[in-house]
Design a protein around this ligand. Structure first.
Ligand code: DAV
Length: 375
């Protein structure tokens, strides 16, 4: 029996990864959590139902290209088992007309050492998404005697979990930014809710974005569940729709992070990085003015790269500025044509979940300072 699961960060040498699949992806109907996430001027507003077949095929080609590139570099690639999401789903607490996808595994699976945990997502349409990964989890469980297969407490997602009419009134972008800066989000503190893509793992330290998809109670839950780790609550006030940390604050190697210049980490939250000689640099501007059609994410998927080790990094092929910046930062950028998958839930990092990265749980922040982010 071999060790199959191990990963403590996003930059140690990647050996084994899960790459999502676009089959049966549905644009979900509005629900308390998602309607707040779709910008008012987005063409996604009012749209729901299965995504057009042609776009699914193109997204799958992009995902296959990524898988091939990884395999050519010696990384083992696993794929989820697609589920027919175009069916109504219910629990004792709610009913939704469809599920969503198994494309961004990063939102669902959190790898912590020899453990992979399914998250506690706040969208009702994503409640059963973990099932697409269960065949793989079961296989790792059978093959790796040390693998810890776990699941966060399942949220109930009743109406109590959301603020209602939160964005119903027309408010300006400035007012929206004020709300996010004041940590006023659509999710309430009724129960812990979190997306795995809000959790940035840096060895002993977890930097978790407090935003639309992850609440404060989740941070408290992390603190009790991982007592050996330090939990930091971070937020990026420049983002009017803060979901997921991986188009905002992206580590490339120990000591180096690229930060979205429109969503800078506030000064007081930087202390812990500065005290430990971590450099935070502005990410290069995106090459595109608009995201592709029917895409949930912003143009900043430009910085949603997949780091293979402390030198090599996969970047979307059309993101010329990001490719150039990687070289300037001493990285070796590998372009992969991936834009056709963006609309299905994100970029190269979103599209993957770690199974194995070579390396241990390091303490990168041993110099402790007064740190307002500490939970
Ligand atoms: O900038 O729209 C996208 C992250 C997707 N997982 C953004 C964040």
């Amino acid at each position: 029996m071999t060790k199959i699961v191990n990963s403590w960060n996003d930059f140690d040498p990647l050996k084994h990864v899960i790459v999502g699949k676009a089959d049966f992806t549905v644009i979900p109907d509005e629900e308390p959590a998602t309607s707040e996430k779709v910008p008012v001027d987005s063409e996604m507003r009012g749209m729901w139902g299965p995504r057009p077949t042609e776009t699914v095929e193109k997204a799958n080609e992009a995902l296959d290209r990524l898988a091939k590139e990884l395999e050519n570099r010696g990384v083992k690639v696993d794929r989820p088992t697609p589920i027919q999401w175009n069916q109504a789903m219910m629990t004792p607490d709610f009913r939704v007309p469809s599920g969503q996808t198994q494309m961004p595994p990063r939102d669902i699976l959190l790898t912590m050492g020899n453990e992979i945990m399914a998250s506690a997502n706040s969208f009702r349409c994503r409640y059963f998404e973990y099932l697409a990964y269960w065949p793989l989890m079961n296989q790792y469980f059978e093959e790796d005697p040390e693998f810890k297969w776990s699941q966060a407490p399942r949220p109930r997602l009743t109406d109590k979990s959301y603020k209602h009419n939160y964005y119903d009134e027309q408010i300006t972008l400035e007012e929206r930014l004020e709300r996010t800066a004041n940590l006023d989000f659509v999710t309430t503190e009724a129960e812990p809710m979190w997306d795995a893509a809000d959790v940035l793992r840096l060895g002993k330290d977890l930097f978790i974005q407090h935003g639309l998809t992850t609440n404060r109670k989740a941070m408290e839950w992390f603190k009790r569940y991982y007592p050996e780790h330090r939990i930091h609550a971070v937020n990026f006030p420049g983002d009017p729709y803060p979901i997921h940390i991986d188009a905002t604050f992206v580590p490339l190697r120990p000591g180096l992070i690229i930060n979205n210049p429109e969503r800078r980490l506030p000064e007081e939250q930087r202390k812990i990085f500065e005290a430990n000689d971590w450099q935070i640099v502005d990410a290069a501007p995106p090459a595109h003015k608009e995201p592709p059609p029917l895409c949930y994410s912003s143009v900043w998927l430009s910085m949603n790269c997949l780091v293979l080790d402390h030198k090599n990094v996969i970047v979307e092929a059309s993101e010329v500025h990001q490719l150039e910046q990687m070289e300037k930062l001493g990285m070796n950028p590998i372009p992969v044509d991936f834009r056709d998958a963006y609309a299905f839930g994100g970029g190269l990092h979103c599209a993957t979940a770690d199974v194995y990265r070579e390396g241990d749980c390091e303490d990168y922040f041993s110099t402790q300072v007064e740190d307002p982010t500490l939970v």
